[in-house]
Design a protein around this ligand. Structure first.
Ligand code: ADP
Ligand code: ASP
Ligand code: MG
Length: 437
């Protein structure tokens, strides 16, 4: 059994959904995970925003517009009036349900129910379409098996038990369809795995059923060696090791949600990144195989704050770093990069909710400066120190760019640079030119 996840753009139009249906109908008895149609979750966020601001008219206007785009979509998707009517009824019930939330108090709880509608709609539409074209499909509700615990982390034991129970119910079907992104939390309320979280759903499902492979189908032919939205002449990377993929996803390669690698890695299930528009392209295979002696790709993460703490007292002082890190821990703020010298330490964070409190507390230990609008650039590959000259090549590429921090040696897979966001494009292009051309 395989798990195939299709992102929003892969089903962004009726013709694309038909294409996906052809792809999944020709496979084995696989599990297909769908995101919401592209743009839908953003629109649901916008609707919620109006409701938080107590503007039901603003919300209703967007709900009506969104509903109309879905009516047009189903008109093109289904051929027969029977299926068009069934789909229309289904849409109306979901949109009326969304409208019912414009009348009362609106909290985080209601928002999560609204955000869940995108995946509920796309999967119901696909299931209906497969039935129209004669494929025996079955809709497995994610809200019946996908669950997070009290720490908002997925609960793999519960997920496995409940998912297997669902699958066993339908021995005679061709394909299972289920929702990405949505789940229930430890209190049984509707919740989600955060934006872009359908990749995570796919990998949790893959782990639960011990899938042969997890396939992430999107709008590009695999992980490229640099961000194709920013740099020209990028090309797909054929093979990545789990750690390399995790570094790239965490440091900004949007094609993959960073959380999605761990369940696959722990269960040694290969992840394949594929292009829905070019299904025969080889894409990228992520596995535990390391290709020796190769720098693979570059990624960038914006919105970074660099905090420097300078202290005369650091000289020979044991316990200094612990005290600094404890402050970040007490405000539940993860640190990305760290560099140290005898007189100071620099760290980067991207969660800045408690920045002011953190800075206030750090001032007890030294002089604190903060730089905002920074970007981490991460070069990933076989960066084992034995590969002489690899790190020098990356550093040399950035010789004309002011680099605020460099982090190397934390793992043998990466070297990270902190630059100003205004220098990001130049830095990414220079790295591509130096490392891959
Ligand atoms: P989906 O809707 O299928 O989840 P996403 O938009 O989340 O798709 O991810 C695919 C997009 O990721 C691509 O269209 C591409 O612009 C972007 N992207 C960013 N960095 C990379 C990279 N290194 N390789 C491939 N795609 C990347
Ligand atoms: N639909 C959700 C989002 O847009 C989840 C996903 O696409 O992965 O974030
Ligand atoms: Mg995505």
């Amino acid at each position: 059994m395989k798990v195939l996840k299709f992102g929003g753009t892969s089903i962004g139009s009726a013709s694309r959904m038909k294409k996906v249906a052809r792809l999944i109908a020709s496979g084995d008895k696989d599990i297909v995970v769908l995101s919401a149609l592209s743009g839908t979750t953003n629109t649901l966020v916008e609707i919620s925003d109006y409701l938080y601001k107590k503007n039901p008219d603003g919300a209703n206007e967007i709900i009506n517009q969104l509903e109309n785009t879905y009516f047009e979509y189903i008109n093109e998707l289904y051929s027969s009036d029977t299926y068009k009517n069934e789909a229309k009824e289904m849409l109306i019930s979901h949109f009326d349900y969304i409208r019912s939330y414009t009348k009362d108090l609106f909290t985080l709880f209601e928002e999560k129910v609204i955000l869940a509608q995108g995946e509920l709609l796309s999967t119901a539409m696909m299931d209906l379409y497969l039935r129209e074209v004669g494929v025996r499909s079955c809709l497995i509700p994610a809200l019946e098996y996908m669950r997070t615990d009290k720490n908002a982390e997925p609960d793999p034991v519960y997920i496995k038990e409940k998912l297997l129970l669902q699958l066993e119910k339908y021995p005679d079907i061709d394909v299972f369809i289920t929702q990405g992104y949505i789940c229930r939390n430890a209190y049984g309320e509707i919740d989600n795995l955060l934006r872009g979280g359908s990749d995570y759903s796919a990998s949790l499902i893959g782990a639960a059923v011990n899938a042969k492979e997890i396939q992430i189908w999107t709008d590009i032919d695999g992980m490229h060696n640099n961000d194709p939205r920013i740099v020209s002449n990028t090309s797909p990377v054929r093979n990545l090791q789990f750690e390399e993929a995790a570094e790239l996803a965490y440091f900004g390669a949007k094609i993959l949600h960073p959380t999605c690698i761990l369940p696959a890695k722990l269960n040694n299930i290969p992840v394949r990144l594929l292009n829905t528009m070019l299904p025969d392209a080889p894409g990228t295979l992520i596995s535990n195989q390391m290709e020796k002696g190769k720098i693979k790709a570059v990624a960038a993460k914006d919105g970074i704050f660099a905090i420097k703490i300078k202290s005369g007292r650091m000289l020979l002082a044991h316990g200094f770093l612990r005290k600094v890190f404890e402050i970040f821990e007490s405000y539940q703020t993860p640190i990305d990069m760290v560099t140290t010298s005898e007189v100071g330490v620099s760290v980067t964070i991207d969660k800045v909710k408690h920045l002011q409190e953190i800075v206030d507390d750090l001032k007890k230990f030294g002089t604190v400066t903060v730089d905002n609008d920074m970007t981490i650039i991460c070069v990933v590959g076989d960066l084992d120190p034995a590969n002489l000259g690899f790190s020098a090549k990356a550093i040399d590429a950035l010789k004309d760019i002011p680099v605020r921090m460099i982090s190397y040696g934390g793992s043998k897979y990466n070297i990270s640079f902190l630059v100003k966001t205004e220098d990001k494009k130049r830095a990414l292009q220079a790295l591509s030119d130096n490392l891959f051309s």
